[in-house]
Design a protein around this ligand. Structure first.
Ligand SMILES: NC(=O)C1=CN([C@@H]2O[C@H](COP(=O)(O)OP(=O)(O)OC[C@H]3O[C@@H](n4cnc5c(N)ncnc54)[C@H](O)[C@@H]3O)[C@@H](O)[C@H]2O)C=CC1
Ligand SMILES: CC(=O)C(=O)O
Ligand SMILES: [Mg+2]
Length: 372
């Protein structure tokens, strides 16, 4: 199979879908790999590193999209990339369709077979292709929030760890999954007083066993959220209902009850965000203010640490990418229900139930889509 990897074009997205190591594995399995010139440069992978393992470098994205049977990327295809997709081609990347009707329409119109990293599952109830980027974004969130909290950046002027005689910052983390746990660990490591809210008692037991001395947990109710955000210097949004639009846990009216200059870091923005006032921002202009509260809502946070993130993502996607290439997407999905869970569109049909619910569209079961 011919596997193509274009350079990412989302604002300040420096990650790349294939590392030279992944390209090497694909080539060793008998596939051809086509990489757009400079695609890996932002993550520190020169064209020469791909050429050294036998990949072909081409000058334009157009050549990659026109000739590849499978496109491997990082971010959801942008408008001009979507025009290049076609029926019979496989797209393997993050999609986040639930909050994105325009992209969903374009993918359906193109007929492409789109497998979303974020909905591939594993046997332990996890999301193995989302997890590495959630680890990155989670660890980054307190760092970005702490920067925003500085007075010169518009924040409340509070130091995460405090100093002797002055208490630390208070941080509330909504959602104790992968993002939430990593965010809580780093915030606590910076010296902040951290509380994680979740709905899963089993998850909170685990967190308490592992990290009970570093941060506390609270059951997530409207009342608990209100109480904690009112005293917080920083609130990190880290909830997820897989594939679905994020639940809005903080309404605009509640901002008035918060501390002026407090910071909301909405990591869940790629699924629409869990604060009513969240809208996606970019690394170029990451922060805005609503009612005196700063919002950081960058939808591709890991792009900021592109090298770490690219290697982590490549480690996770490589076995699935190889299965898709070696067996073809149908057989690979037939053999592995966890990969089949990643199928979001095929041949003009939407195949992911939570996206259908979020956008009011009909859904074909992925098993039936395998027969199309
Ligand atoms: N902005 C960015 O660059 C990135 C964003 N993300 C996003 O971060 C979000 C979180 O991802 P993960 O941590 O991997 O998901 P996860 O599935 O590991 O964790 C989500 C947690 O939210 C909890 N939850 C659900 N509803 C809740 C509620 N009402 N109150 C409190 N907790 C609730 C769940 O019980 C679960 O523990 C996702 O939307 C993901 O796409 C991930 C990576 C990068
Ligand atoms: C998960 C995701 O959307 C990202 O890493 O950009
Ligand atoms: Mg994202």
């Amino acid at each position: 199979m011919r596997i193509g990897c274009p350079k990412e074009i989302k604002t300040r997205e420096y990650r790349v879908g294939l590392t030279p190591r992944a390209a090497e594995e694909a080539i060793a399995s008998g596939h051809e790999v086509v990489i757009e010139r400079d695609a890996g440069a932002g993550a520190g992978f020169a064209d020469a590193a791909y050429e050294a393992v036998g990949a072909n470098i081409v000058d334009t994205a157009e050549e990659v999209f026109a000739t590849a049977e499978m496109i491997v990327k990082v971010k959801e295809p942008q408008t001009e990339e979507r025009k290049r997709l076609r029926a019979g081609q496989v797209l393997f990347t993050y999609l986040h369709l639930a909050p994105d009707p325009d992209q969903t329409r374009d993918l359906l119109e193109s007929g492409v077979t789109a497998i979303a990293y974020e909905t591939v599952t594993d046997g332990a109830g996890g999301l193995p292709l989302l997890a590495p980027m959630s680890e990155v974004a989670g660890r980054l969130a307190p760092q970005m929030g702490a920067w925003a909290l500085q007075k010169a950046n518009g924040g409340r002027g509070v130091l995460m760890g405090g100093v002797p005689g002055v208490g630390p910052a208070k941080v509330a983390v909504l959602g104790g999954g992968v993002v939430g746990t990593q965010a809580a660990r780093i915030a606590a490591g910076m010296g902040a007083e951290v509380t994680v809210l979740d709905l899963s008692l089993a998850r909170m037991r685990q967190l308490d066993d592992l990290f009970g001395r570093e941060f506390r947990t609270r059951y997530s109710t409207r009342g608990a959220v209100s109480e904690l955000i009112a005293e917080a210097d920083m609130v990190i949004g880290a909830v997820l209902i897989p594939g679905a639009a994020a639940p809005k846990l903080v309404r605009r009216a509640q901002l008035a009850e918060m501390q002026p200059g407090a910071v909301l870091v909405d990591v869940a923005i790629d699924q629409g965000g869990c604060f009513e006032t969240s809208k996606p921002t970019t690394h170029d202009d990451p922060i805005y203010e609503v009612d005196g509260i700063l919002h950081y809502c960058v939808a591709n946070m890991p792009g900021a640490v592109a090298r770490t993130a690219t290697i982590a993502l490549g480690n996770a996607t490589m076995p699935f990418m190889l299965a898709l290439a070696n067996k073809g997407w149908r057989q690979a999905c037939e053999d592995d229900p966890h990969l089949l869970a990643g199928l979001n569109t095929h041949s003009g049909k939407l195949t992911y139930a939570a996206v259908g619910r979020a956008l009011g569209l009909d859904v074909l079961s992925p098993r039936l889509a395998l027969k199309l």
